[in-house]
Design a protein around this ligand. Structure first.
Ligand SMILES: [Zn+2]
Length: 144
């Protein structure tokens, strides 16, 4: 018995497309690593500069928190890029992790690190926003 696709079936990627996506992913990874390195240099220099000055603690802490968040986001994207490259190696690239459908070249062109097809991604976002709303309602409840 063959699995019935939950959603409209997308075309599988061709060999040429796979080669192309691997190149895009590798370029993005290289650029991200370059930027992270530059960023680390800037932070070091700014830190040295601040030491010689009188430090405004509140703003320094705010900047640190901001930089920390930025690096977390870079790390997150880097992990996604690495994962996508591994999936190419494993022959799984372009397949939705949730429903097994092909993600489709069009969506991958916009987000080459995507691991969910557009339908599953939308479903995930709906669930997430529902949870968020429920949490917000719960937070507000005792104060009303
Ligand atoms: Zn899917």
């Amino acid at each position: 018995m063959s699995k019935t696709p939950k959603f409209e079936e997308q075309e599988p990627l061709t060999e040429e497309e796979l080669v192309q996506f691997r190149k895009v992913l590798e370029e993005r990874r290289a650029r991200l690593l370059d930027e992270a390195e530059e960023h680390a240099e800037t932070v070091k220099e700014a830190g040295a500069l601040r030491m010689s000055d009188e430090v405004d603690l509140a703003s320094a802490e705010y900047e640190q928190a901001f930089e920390h968040r930025l690096r977390d986001r870079e790390k997150g994207l880097l992990r996604k890029l690495e994962k996508a490259l591994k999936r190419i190696d494993d022959g799984e690239y372009g397949e939705c992790e949730s429903c097994g459908n092909f993600i489709g070249a069009k969506r991958l062109s916009a987000r080459p690190e995507a691991t969910l097809c557009i339908e599953c991604k939308e479903e995930q976002e709906r669930v997430e926003s529902k949870f968020k709303k429920e949490r917000e309602d719960a937070d507000q409840f005792p104060f009303k």
